[in-house]
Design a protein around this ligand. Structure first.
Ligand code: NAD
Length: 355
């Protein structure tokens, strides 16, 4: 039987396909923007400059200062720069860091964002913002930060290294996994979650084997779009909570942390989430144990599988377990300190997830 639900669609304008970047000037014009600030990380400054050049006089300049988790001082500088240049919008080119910087500006100045994602993390589809100050990351939801238009051009992902492709895609699959057992799951979002996980899991081995395989890149980006939309529509549970705690407290890298934790968080929840298990099993080629299959997939992709290799000390496990249970949140299976500690021990050591 279909459980009662309420569902609110978010405005999502998506332009998808190889070469979609050529449509950026039209997207800027359609929003009535005349001076957009191009945002990117320092590593992608050349890409940012090429995008600004293609925009001609509609570009107000390039700010290549995006950083992981949006440090508040970077956000302040970017807001100041946008005001100085008289920008009336932002084009964020990059992964969650560049898009996150655009969101930080929109949060204060309400400048519309056009996103050109170059990873698979999914931030471009969500109204979720984050800001980090003094080692503490605050997040929130605000429709003002939801990009108005998203251009998915798989050609923009051809340069994404294999390892980052694998881990940012695992980050996206994590949105799908938690969307499937979310307290506010709905039938349409569950369809997106299953299809998104299927597309990403199918495309990833091909992306990692040959980064220039444009069809595989397009399939992965299609999956990332769907998984990002799932994150936008549902409340996240144990997995995202744990990754947030590990990232914020120990400064572990975002996408690799998601990759390591996901099989273990899913294994913990599987006994209490039969519908999610059934959907993920279909998405992962009939795997009877989706958590195990995701762990095997990470191995085949040569992605990290232990928190130890990401730099976490074993001695930190009790502290993280304590923090992860400090505030209650929705989760299909009751979260206990002992349960989380043993989950973390397995993830730290790189063991297969518990059955
Ligand atoms: P990222 O944006 O931090 O990028 C990682 C590195 O890869 C950067 O140096 C970047 O320049 C480089 N890079 C990106 N695309 C590239 C490409 N095509 N070719 C070569 N290099 C490329 O990584 P991410 O995993 O996309 O984002 C992580 C951040 O996003 C975290 O801060 C996370 O909290 C946030 N995030 C937010 C949401 C949300 O809904 N708000 C969702 C997912 C992630």
């Amino acid at each position: 039987m279909i459980a009662p639900f309420s569902y609110q669609a978010l405005p999502m304008r998506v332009v998808f396909g190889a070469g979609a970047l050529a449509k950026l000037p039209d997207e800027v014009a359609a929003l009535g923007l005349t001076r957009v600030l191009v945002l990117c990380s320092p590593e992608q400054e050349d890409t940012g400059r090429a995008v600004a050049a293609a925009l001609g006089e509609r570009s107000a300049g390039v700010l290549a200062e995006a950083r992981m988790h949006v440090p508040v001082e970077v956000a302040r500088r970017a807001r100041g720069r946008a005001a100085e240049l008289g920008a009336d919008g932002c084009v964020a080119v990059g992964g969650g860091s560049a898009i996150g910087l655009g969101k930080a500006i929109a949060l204060e100045h309400e400048l519309p964002i056009i996103a050109v994602p170059t990873t698979y993390a999914g931030s471009e589809m969500t109204p979720v913002w984050g800001l980090t100050e003094g080692g503490q990351k605050r997040t929130g939801r605000d429709l003002r930060v939801l990009p108005r238009s998203v251009l998915y051009d798989p050609e923009m992902t051809l340069s994404l290294p294999a390892q980052m492709s694998a881990t940012s895609a695992m980050n996206a699959i994590a949105h799908a996994v938690e969307g499937l057992y979310a307290p506010d799951a709905t039938p349409i979002v569950s369809l997106m979650a299953e299809e998104g996980a299927r597309a990403l899991a199918g495309a990833l081995p091909r992306v990692v084997a040959d980064g220039s395989d444009i069809e595989a890149r397009a399939e992965a980006q299609y999956g990332a779009w769907l998984c990002g939309a799932v994150l936008a529509a549902t409340t996240m549970s144990l997995h995202h909570k744990l990754c947030h705690t590990l990232g914020g407290t120990l400064d572990l890298p975002h996408a690799p942390t998601h990759t390591v934790v996901l099989p273990h968080a899913l294994a913990f929840n599987q006994p209490a989430a039969p519908q999610a298990v059934a959907a993920l099993s279909r998405a992962l080629g009939g795997a009877s144990d989706p958590a195990r299959e995701l762990w095997e997939l990470a191995g085949r992709l040569d992605a990290p599988r232990s928190l130890a290799e990401l730099g976490m000390a074993e001695a930190d496990i009790p502290r993280i377990a304590e923090l992860a249970v400090a505030n209650p949140y929705a989760n299909p299976r009751p979260v206990t300190r002992e349960g989380i500690e043993s989950l973390l021990r397995a993830a730290w050591a790189g063991e297969a997830p518990a059955r």
